[in-house]
Design a binder for this molecule. Structure first.
Ligand code: GTP
Length: 892
């Protein structure tokens, strides 16, 4: 390896002649090459090519040698840059590059700095701008606050000034009254000032006047005006009246500068403001009171014509006057009357109030709502023929129902449409001649007489059915009376003519007694012999009806709003309230708004006796109507009205009337008049016992019949009263009502629903079910009999004479007696007689023979007798002993 070293040494000396002690590094790159002879053992050698790689040179600062160690060309002196570069151990280019880089960096830094400064300046500018905006907003706010405060103060000043004016005016008036003209002349300057201040018409200018004219108000005036005149100043300032503007007070000046009005300053620090707002409220209140007092004089107030019925609530009256209820109540309080909004006023009191509030009253009757309900009368030319309405009456079992059934079958339409299927209280048949007849299907029992009477009133013809075998009976006579009272012509139907030995002449002769003279006997009453069973004489009967109808010239105007009468009503489970009505005038149409008694509704459906839907029903057409809000009462009038509002108004009035009637009913019984009447009749004045009942029935007619029958059961001692009677099944509300009144429920052909049953069981309400009216009446009769006070029957037992009176510590006074007559029994009734005068009546407490209590003591024996709660027994007193029995009574 020594060869290699040599070669290197050669290379070193060749490249650089300077003795550096180490091999100089060459700048010029690239590999330098050469060959070396390499000797091996055994004398062998080899030429080896040596390649030298250029290495990176490490620059030592104080090393002056250049890379490669080459001196400058030609030995010329180096430039300053070169020297510097050399000094740094860099080439001139490197130095220049380095310097350029340095100067570039410096320039960049300066540029960035400049940018930063610009941005900072812009930010600063923005901040300043925002600050100034904030300040402006603040200023604006402060200005607004100030304006508001000044406005409030100005308003306050106006109010104060007005008050002062009123006061001054009042005082002036008083002075005028008391002192006449002299006092007016002797007006003090202060009064004059006050007058000026309170000029009423220009309130806005008043504060200015206060300051602008005359001397400042003296302290007395200020105190009279509540010291508020001073506050008018800000208003004057606002108006720009600077002439007499006082120098702003020191107090107010800094406040303005303080800027924004805070809650603290408003509530605490600013006493002026607080006082001002409070007094503003007071002034407002005063103003209201003044308006209330001087309501009549208010020029802007509208005077109204107030419609007032006989009674009106305070609330309603206030509404109609367009006044506040509180004002009306206040006014009445001033009159010494404490009333509330819900209280009812009579028309005279209402008039007083109405006039006080500056209105005029128009007195009306409450029933005026019904005015014009029936519509105008029909003109003759509008009248058209209508079918007759026929009612069948007669005595029980004379064949009314059978005859109605037979007549129903005469209907020629019936065959085609399946016949009359519904029992709806009224139906129309078309007889062979093509004429129509409407029959009212009224039951014949006496209990239904009230309904029958109504039937007679709406009917054109009455058919009195008399069974040929039975003749004229009480209800036959009643039927004739009803028909005559209603001035309705009669047709006599002598029924059961199929019976053997039928003698109609006997019946017709009998009728003469009741002022019914048939044609065959020279009268004008038609008598037809019929057999409902055999269906004979029916054509003759319908012909007689048609003939009579022709004579009666029955007409009605079909082209108008319908009205008529309710024949029957019920609460149908599926269909709701259903009313059978008979149209008497006009034509009832589906969709019409109908008022029927206290109920109203829109006719949802019209159904005929064949259960067919109809679009309309003309005069004397019976129809069931659906859509009412409740079942009306039989006999109620129905009428078609123009709109729902009218319907509501009328029904509300009618319901009120019904309620009033119900409310006044019990008090009428307990009235003085009633009591006097009873005394006159020699009736005992003891309060009658009352059996209260809740009646639920299938149809309204049954309810009426039951109520009527029960009323007839009542005596002076006991009375049955139906507190509630309604159509429909028994509901929970019925049970609750019955429970509240401790009344049993009478269910006629109706049942209770599941919930009602459970409730009845829970509440212990008794429900009695009936389907026969007689049974119901008998049951109630038995109940009433039970309520009758039992008869007290007294039986004489014996007499005892007091021989001696003992005072026994535990028993009190005990009389040692001798039984002079009859027998004395333990616990019997006793009367203590002294000189034949009854001084005590009571019961025996003890009856002893010697020391033992005994059940009885007979005549001639001695015994000890003590009285319950009575001690005043004396020697020689007589004791009458008697037995009392209570005997049950029953209604006749
Ligand atoms: N022989 C005969 N019996 C008749 C005739 N009409 C009715 N009856 C019978 O008389 C009885 C009573 O008949 P109804 O039609 O129920 O008599 P009503 O007047 O309607 O009876 P109430 O509804 O209870 O008032 C029944 O048994 C009928 O069969 C008739 O023309 N001839």
């Amino acid at each position: 390896m020594s060869d290699t070293k040599d070669a290197q040494n050669n290379n070193n000396s060749n490249a650089n002649g300077t003795p550096t002690g180490r091999k100089p590094l060459t700048v010029s790159g690239g590999a330098t090459g050469g060959t070396v002879k390499q000797s091996f053992s055994h004398g062998r050698s080899k030429q080896v090519v040596v390649e030298t790689k250029k290495k990176k040179r490490v620059v030592v600062p104080n090393n002056n040698s250049r890379p490669g160690g080459a001196p400058s060309k030609g030995g010329k002196p180096m430039s300053a840059a070169a020297a510097a570069a050399r000094k740094l151990g860099l080439s001139e280019e490197e130095l220049r590059a380095r310097q350029a880089a340095l100067s570039k960096r410096k320039a960049d830094e300066e540029k960035r700095k400049a940018e930063r400064e610009t941005m900072e300046a812009a930010q600063k500018l923005r901040n300043e701008k925002a600050k100034s905006l904030d300040a402006e907003a603040k200023e604006r706010e402060e200005a607004d606050e100030r304006r508001r405060a000044e406005e409030a103060a100005r308003k306050q000043a106006e109010i104060d000034a007005r008050e002062a004016a009123e006061k001054a005016a009042l005082e002036a008036a008083e002075r005028k009254k008391s002192g006449g003209n002299d006092s007016a002349k002797a007006e003090t300057p202060q009064q004059k000032r006050e007058k000026r201040i309170t000029k009423p018409d220009k309130p806005s200018s008043k504060p200015a006047e206060i300051k602008g004219e005359g001397p400042p108000p003296d302290p007395d005036t200020l105190s009279e005006l509540g010291g508020r005149i001073k506050k008018a100043r800000p208003a004057g300032e606002e108006q720009g009246d600077d002439r007499n503007k006082p120098a702003p007070s020191r107090r107010s000046q800094p406040k303005r500068r303080q800027g924004k009005l805070t809650i603290t300053t408003a509530l605490g620090a600013d006493e002026d403001r607080q006082r001002s707002l409070a007094s503003y409220n007071r002034a407002k209140q005063k103003e209201r009171e003044r308006r209330m007092k001087m309501g009549k004089q208010e020029t802007e107030k509208q005077s109204r014509e107030v419609t007032v019925p006989e009674t009106i609530t305070v609330q309603e009256l206030a509404n109609r006057m367009k006044e506040r209820v509180a004002d009306v109540v206040k006014f009445m309080m001033q009159q010494g009357e404490m009333i509330r909004g819900i209280d009812t006023l009579d028309v005279d009191t209402a008039e007083l109030i109405v006039e006080e509030f500056g209105h005029t009253i128009k007195r009306v009757s409450e029933s005026d709502v019904e005015l014009g309900l029936e519509g105008p009368a029909d003109a003759d030319e509008d009248m058209k023929e209508r079918p007759p309405v026929v009612t069948i009456m007669g005595h029980v079992d004379h064949g009314k129902t059978s005859l109605l059934d037979a007549l129903r079958q005469t209907d020629v339409v019936g065959g085609e449409a399946g016949g009359i299927t519904q029992h709806i209280g009224a139906y129309q048949v078309k007889v062979k001649s093509g004429e129509k007849i409407t029959f009212l299907d009224t039951p014949g029992h006496a209990a239904f007489s009230a309904m029958r009477a109504r039937g007679a009133n709406i009917t054109d013809i009455v058919i009195v059915v008399v069974a040929v075998d039975d003749g004229v009976m009480p209800q036959t006579i009643e039927a004739i009376k009803h028909a005559k009272a209603a001035d309705v012509p009669i047709i006599i139907a002598v029924n059961k003519m199929d019976k053997p030995d039928a003698d109609p002449t006997k019946v017709l002769t009998e009728l003469l007694q009741y002022d019914v003279q048939v044609e065959s006997m020279g009268g004008d009453v038609q008598a037809i012999h019929v057999s409902a069973l055999k269906k004979t004489g029916l054509t003759e009967l319908t012909e007689a009806i048609s003939m009579l109808a022709e004579i009666l010239e029955l007409k009605a105007n079909p082209d108008r709003e319908a009205d008529g009468t309710v024949i029957e009503s019920k609460l149908d489970k599926g269909r709701g309230p259903v009313a059978t009505v008979l149209v008497q005038r006009g034509t009832l149409k589906r969709g019409d708004i109908v008022v029927a008694g206290g109920q109203w509704g829109k006719v949802r459906a019209l159904v005929n006796e064949r259960n067919q839907q109809m679009d309309k029903a003309g005069p004397t057409r019976p129809a069931e109507i659906l859509g009412l809000d409740g079942p009306p009462s039989p006999g109620d009038q129905f009428v078609v009205v123009e709109n729902e509002a009218r319907a509501r108004e009328i029904t509300a009035y009618r319901q009120r009337m019904i309620k009033n009637k119900a409310a006044s009913a019990p008090s009428a019984r307990a009235s003085l008049e009633h009591m006097l009447a009873r005394l006159k009749d020699g009736v005992v004045t003891e309060q009658a016992k009352e059996a209260q009942l809740v009646v639920k029935g299938d149809v309204q007619g049954s309810i009426e019949a039951i109520t009527h029958s029960l009323e007839t059961l009542s005596t002076e001692e006991v009375r049955a009263r139906v507190i509630y009677g309604a159509v429909g099944g028994i509901s929970e509300s019925d049970i609750l009502l019955a429970k509240a009144s401790e009344a049993p429920i009478i269910a006629f052909n109706v049942r209770a629903n599941k919930q009602a049953l459970a409730l009845a069981e829970k509440e212990g309400v008794e429900i009695r079910y009936y389907s026969v009216i007689y049974q119901l009446i008998d049951d109630v009769k038995a109940t009433l009999s039970g309520m009758l006070a039992p008869e007290r029957r007294e039986t004489f037992l014996g007499y005892a004479k007091v021989l001696q009176v003992f005072d026994i510590s535990k028993l009190g006074k005990v009389a040692g007696c001798l039984i002079t007559e009859g027998i004395v029994k333990r616990g019997c009734g006793v009367r203590l007689l002294r000189d034949n005068i009854v001084i005590h009546e009571g019961e025996l407490s003890t009856l002893k023979r010697f020391k033992d209590e005994v059940p009885e003591v007979k005549s001639g024996m001695e015994c000890g007798m003590g009285f319950i709660g009575y001690q005043d027994i004396k020697k020689d007193d007589q004791i009458e002993c008697f037995k009392v029995e209570l005997i049950e009574r029953s209604l006749a």
